[in-house]
Design a protein around this ligand. Structure first.
Ligand SMILES: [Zn+2]
Length: 350
């Protein structure tokens, strides 16, 4: 089945650029920057930069990034990881990727937020030319950051934001909020979301990933375009019905949720329940590098949960409706996906 799922045209709309780095690349980049890592070959490094199945929490998961960030505060590093993300996506027929990152976490005195974004755009653009996968950027604010830092992230978003009129030209399109949601509730960032909406930007928000439904409620009240993870929706059937009725898509990351212990185990993941309740869901990698997974694997996990292949095919096609792109570009991708999925099906029959 992996072969069929690999061929299926897909989108990845919840994908952290900084969590998508190949261990071998980290090693090379660290060498160039003369940064010491705890291992000197990619295989051994995995132990330090990939989440182990014994990971206990989102906090432990996020700690890995502390090791990675010093390496990513450099224009060549950012350009390269963006380029390689497009390459990795193209290899498994992911045709559009929305890469997200927090520029404030990657900035330094010599490398301000604007340049972080420019370097990422450069890598994505070069990636498209070489591998054909189109992309956009989502800017993350971080919950534990103060208002000054989040203002800097937001101003960067404001400076670069453009509705992506040409699919082939990557743009900065949306706002996200990431980090420890148990300690920093979404309502504290409401003003940013209201401003983003007033400026016509798309918005998404990590919510209901690790705790309760309060952040989900706030995200819905703020009229976000999509919700990241949202698995705690399962605690409140009324909220599930509301999300379905309002057609707010949930960006699901199955492997990520299992590893961060947001769900006790794979079979407890609510993705199928959401789907059957009429909630629009999409399957995503979240952090392919740190998880050591890819999008095809996420589709395989969904099969294990009980989704059928035709359901997954439909999910992949429908994911194009939820992209942060102008309608004509979403439709363009949808048509491409439909004809390619039909060709894969035809191939299976013969
Ligand atoms: Zn995420």
């Amino acid at each position: 089945m992996r072969r069929e799922l690999l061929k299926l045209p897909k989108t990845d709309i919840h994908c952290h650029l900084d969590g998508s780095v190949r261990p071998a690349t980290l090693l090379e980049l660290a060498r160039r920057l003369k940064i010491k890592l705890p291992a000197d070959n990619a295989e051994d490094l995995k132990r330090f930069v990939q989440v182990s199945p014994t990971c206990r929490s989102l906090k432990e998961f996020l700690d890995i990034f502390e090791l990675i960030y010093p390496i990513l505060r450099d224009p060549l590093s950012v350009e390269r990881i963006a380029y390689e993300l497009v390459e990795d996506c193209a290899k498994e027929n992911t045709r559009h990727v929305e890469a997200r990152f927090a520029p404030v976490l990657q900035e330094s005195a010599k490398f301000p937020c604007e340049q972080v974004v420019e370097a990422a755009l450069k890598g994505l653009r070069r990636g498209f030319k070489d591998f054909g996968t189109t992309s956009s950027i989502i800017i993350c604010m971080i919950r534990s950051h103060g208002p000054k830092e989040n203002r800097r992230a937001f101003d960067t978003l404001k400076k670069f934001f453009r509705a992506q009129d040409t699919l082939e030209e990557p743009c900065v399109v949306a706002l996200d909020l990431a980090g420890d949601e148990a300690r920093y509730p979404t309502r504290d960032y409401a003003a940013f979301y209201e401003e983003a909406r007033a400026l016509g930007m798309w918005t998404t928000c990590h919510a209901g990933e690790t705790s309760g439904t309060e952040n989900l409620r706030t995200a819905l009240d703020l009229q976000v375009g999509r919700i990241g993870h949202g698995i705690h929706l399962m605690e409140d059937q009324k909220l599930v019905a509301e999300v379905a009725r309002r057609k707010v898509p949930i960006e699901i990351g199955i492997s990520s949720n299992v590893l961060t212990k947001s769900v006790p185990d794979l079979m407890s993941h609510p993705a199928l329940d959401f789907h059957r309740a009429g909630v629009a869901i999409t399957l995503n990698t979240d952090d392919r590098g740190i998880i050591g997974s890819d999008l095809t694997r996420e589709y395989e996990q969904a099969l294990t949960l009980g989704f059928t292949y035709p359901e997954l095919q439909r999910l992949a096609i429908d994911s194009t409706d939820h992209l942060f792109l102008p309608a004509h570009n979403r439709q363009k991708l949808r048509r491409r996906f439909e004809s390619e999925a039909a060709a894969v099906l035809q191939e299976q029959k013969t």
